[in-house]
Design a protein around this ligand. Structure first.
Ligand code: R5P
Length: 323
């Protein structure tokens, strides 16, 4: 039986979709339990079938799915899983989406656009989710899109613990790859002992996907070790451009730290050739061997997710994990 804590009143259950089963297994292991056996398959038509092989009646269920790669399929699969849990009388359903789907579409930049990140939250709610857990949404205010409790986790402590071992702290400048992430970079700088801050002036062509130009760096980077921090690396354009600008401005070397290593083509080529000493990401999304390269470091996110899930189950404090 795949449960950890059993009391007469509460039972914690982990269920997983197919997109990143290893992550769910790692989380379950950290909680000293197992992923609930589940049957999931595709019909020839492309429709998805889900059935839990054991009862979930009255359970506190955490439904883990990484929405990366075939994003629309994996999102739909998670909705169907939540619906099945609701109809099987799970007591509470927490959607665990380590990379929140459509997180970058959090506002209208121009007329006649959607706010897709809000739509995702509405769909989770409609399917039957009681609460939501995610790591480093593109914008913190997206927590407000879901009508219900949201545990917005930060990978920063995981990434910083590693970065500290790779740099001389008094020679670090923390760099935001665009103006939008300066607040996050500021938190990094404070956590690293009050280091200087810089940011890249980046512009985008909104008529074409994944096209970004790093214009120049604002802040002191000459002779410094730059730690470039971002939420997500998709095609690697933002990061590769930023590393180029930092090197041209005299940075001694550059480490990149990002939460979600989506690494869509041609990220592997761009990042391995961009001149950064290391590209550090977590495994919120699966990173197949073919996408890996020598400078890539992948840190496990499962311990953080497991600690947060334990806090939610035991009605403790998730905020305390980050204080
Ligand atoms: C943008 O605001 C995000 O934080 C990322 O910097 C961006 O989406 C990464 O995309 P790409 O790797 O394709 O440049």
């Amino acid at each position: 039986m795949a449960d950890l804590f059993e009391t007469p009143r509460k039972r914690l259950v982990i269920v997983s979709g197919r997109s990143h089963h290893q992550l769910a297994e790692d989380v379950a292991k950290a909680l000293d339990t197992e992923v609930l056996p589940t049957t999931i398959y595709d019909f020839a038509s492309g429709e998805i079938y889900v059935r839990y092989n054991e009862s979930v009646r009255g359970c506190d269920v955490f439904c883990i799915q990484s929405i990366s790669g075939d994003v629309n399929k994996w999102f739909m699969e998670q909705l169907i899983m939540v619906d099945a849990l609701k109809r099987a009388s799970a007591k509470r359903i927490t959607v665990v989406a380590p990379l929140y789907p459509y997180s970058r579409q959090d506002k209208k930049h121009q007329g006649r656009e959607p706010i897709s990140a809000r739509l995702m939250a509405d769909l989770y709610k409609t399917a039957g989710a009681s609460r939501l857990m995610s790591v480093d949404m593109h914008a913190s205010q997206e927590q407000g899109f879901f009508v219900g409790p949201v545990d917005h986790l930060m990978a920063m402590p995981v990434l910083i613990d590693y970065v500290r071992t790779r740099v001389e702290l008094n020679k670090v400048t923390v760099v935001s790859p665009d103006a939008g992430r300066i607040r996050v970079a500021e938190k990094w700088a404070n956590r690293l002992g009050g280091n200087p801050l810089a940011f890249i002036h980046k512009t985008r062509d909104t008529t074409r996907p994944n096209v970004a130009v790093a214009n120049r760096v604002v802040g002191e980077v000459e002779g410094r070790t730059c730690v470039l921090v971002d939420d997500l690396i998709d095609t690697g354009g933002t990061i590769a451009e930023a590393v180029g600008v930092l090197k041209a401005a005299g940075a001694k070397d550059v480490l990149v730290a990002a939460t979600h290593g989506v690494l869509s083509d041609p990220a592997t080529k761009r990042l391995s050739e961009c001149g950064a000493r290391e590209i550090i990401v977590t495994d919120t999304v699966p990173i197949p061997a073919a996408k890996r390269f020598p400078q890539l470091v992948v840190l496990p996110i499962a311990p953080l997710l497991a600690r947060a899930i334990r806090q939610v189950f035991e009605e403790g404090s998730v905020a305390a994990l980050f204080e």
